[in-house]
Write a protein that binds this ligand. Structure first.
Ligand code: URA
Length: 235
């Protein structure tokens, strides 16, 4: 791929702006020799202002989403892309969230520019467990674990029963819930079906990936070995 297209796809500017960067001598190889807009150069060999390029196409990121941010590109309020380098919003193919977390949900959010990977993660047959910790307005009744595990619970305005989900009470108003699917507002609606209300919701795990030490608002790349861990937890 020509340099001009490589850099434009990574969000360094329009083709015209990237060509100008090259003319200004700001795009070089690792030894500082200038590169030209129509050169064909490996991603790893290119520097802009002396710095290596942003990750190549096919990246997977994990973000510790704080509450108050929406999983959208075009929301007038805070969006998760505000927490990433501004160039990431300009990439082509686009960097998309892998599913969504509600504005008021915190926790592990994955983002990728690889459409095939995105579909592999969210495909129903992947069955990747998603683990949430929910804080509730009312004490647990005691029958929630059996109801959620039954595979018979049908949410309001839906027809298909939910897949069995595993609930582990943490105390009388807090529970950990592992889901094998991701329907709209699913956790909040499941507890609503038991007459309760979720007051805080946090996702701690997707497949074999956990947030670990990532602080709220921080992100990092998910490496190749971790991607395997992500899928190893399926089933
Ligand atoms: N379930 C919800 O209700 N909200 C989320 O953000 C994720 C799962």
């Amino acid at each position: 791929m020509k340099l001009v297209r490589l850099l434009a796809n990574l969000g360094y500017g329009s083709r015209r702006q990237v060509a100008a960067l090259c003319r200004e001598g700001r795009v070089t190889d690792a030894d500082g020799a200038p590169l030209y807009a129509d050169d064909v150069v490996a991603h790893a060999a290119v520097r802009v202002d002396g710095a290596p390029l942003d990750p190549a196409h096919g990246m997977l990121l994990m973000l510790h989403k704080p509450t108050g941010y929406t999983c959208s590109m075009r929301d007038p309020g805070r969006v998760v892309y505000d927490l990433l380098p501004p160039r990431f919003r300009l990439r082509s193919p686009q960097l998309s969230t892998v599913g969504r977390l509600d504005r008021d949900t915190s926790g592990l959010l994955l983002l990728t520019d690889d459409g095939a990977l995105l579909h592999r993660i969210i495909a129903p047959k992947s069955d990747l467990p998603k683990v949430y910790e929910a804080e509730l307005a009312e004490p647990l009744r005691g029958d929630e674990a059996a109801l959620f595990a039954s595979g018979t619970l049908v949410l309001e305005s839906e027809r298909t029963p939910l897949k069995p989900a595993k609930l582990e009470p943490l105390d009388d108003r807090r529970a950990r819930l592992a889901l094998a699917e991701g329907r709209y507002h699913q956790v909040r609606r499941m507890f609503a079906a038991t007459g309760n209300r979720v007051v805080r919701l946090h996702r701690s795990r997707v497949g074999g990936l956990a947030l670990d030490a990532l602080a709220e608002g921080e992100w990092r790349q998910v490496g190749a070995a971790e991607r395997e861990r992500l899928f190893a937890a399926a089933g």
